[in-house]
Design a binder for this molecule. Sequence first.
Ligand SMILES: Nc1ncnc2c1ncn2[C@@H]1O[C@H](COP(=O)(O)O)[C@@H](OP(=O)(O)O)[C@H]1O
Ligand SMILES: [Mg+2]
Ligand SMILES: [Mg+2]
Ligand SMILES: [Mg+2]
Length: 347
Amino acid sequence: MASAKEAVRLASRLCQEVQRQLSAEERVDKKDDSPVTVADYGAQVVVAWTLQRADPSTRLSMVAEEDSTELRTPAGRPMLDRITALVNSVVAAAAPGEVLSPEQVLDIIDLGASQGGPSGRHWVLDPIDGTRGFVGMRQYSVCLGMLQDGEVVLGVLGCPNLPQGPVGDDDGATGSAQRLSGDADVGCLFFSERGQGAWVEPLQNAGDAAPAQVRVAEVTEGAEARFMESVESRHSSHSINAALARELGVVRPPLRMDSQVKYGLLSRGCGTIFMRFPPATYKEKIWDHAAGFVIVEEAGGRVTDAAGVRLDFSKGRFLALDRGIIAAPPALHEKLVAAAAKVAPKA
Ligand SMILES: Nc1ncnc2c1ncn2[C@@H]1O[C@H](COP(=O)(O)O)[C@@H](OP(=O)(O)O)[C@H]1O
Ligand SMILES: [Mg+2]
Ligand SMILES: [Mg+2]
Ligand SMILES: [Mg+2]
């Protein structure tokens, strides 16, 4: 756990540095039309490097989002050089004297090409979840999980722009990053090991405050619930979520946040429901959910597909899901699954 937390802390620091000085050249659009920045690659390298260094005798098996294909082309070279410089600024602080070459950076990125599966130990990494939020100066998170024989047994979520205290309806909006980042009470690190509960501490300056155990809210009625969803409606249908919320009698407006910060907020009772209904053709990836999944379960919540079946991370890089994802405290979760059967039935 110590090296996983250290890895996420270091990667989060790199991301914060980049978000502060983000420029258009540092972003490319991938084949699926989603953006990727120097910070996505850089954070992936920093996490893999930190974990491999903590356990040099075993070759790391990691299921991670990014790969080096674009960076190995001539057009990708300037971006590779920028990533290498960024990574070395973090590496120099953690291991004085050590310097990575661009070729080493490429090879470390490709440590993330594991297929995962039902046996053995595999790290699961989303170096920046919510890249659209990251470039839009909103919320994002660095998400690291670990699979042991197909079960998520550890999760760490670094949330650099998330307030440690109450979260307002506009804390996920465009520009929230400028407003929030740098404040001493902003930046959260959620972590959990299976069977050990879920915890949160400040992302930076750990040691200033002891970790606090978190629990999902004890809410049983929709009227008291606050539901969370993606900012991007192309990632998750706002209208299905609104219909389900109506069915449950939810009155508060949705809290829109990018990334797995939504799982973190659910685990600490700041939001009560998280729903995600992607387009029917979209296949969810395990790195978008692994860390948040174990944190919410260990905080007493349930995370399932729309039919109420617990998420299964043992099937490789993707999740096989019925319609979407519903996460909530048990009593509300049961009501939401019933509402989904009515409002968003299986096609
Ligand atoms: N068309 C789509 N439908 C559903 N999810 C999508 C999508 N395109 C991208 N995503 C995923 O949605 C994630 C962000 O979720 P959220 O909306 O909760 O912030 C992205 O993670 P990355 O930002 O790591 O690529 C990406 O994996
Ligand atoms: Mg992405
Ligand atoms: Mg993601
Ligand atoms: Mg990502």
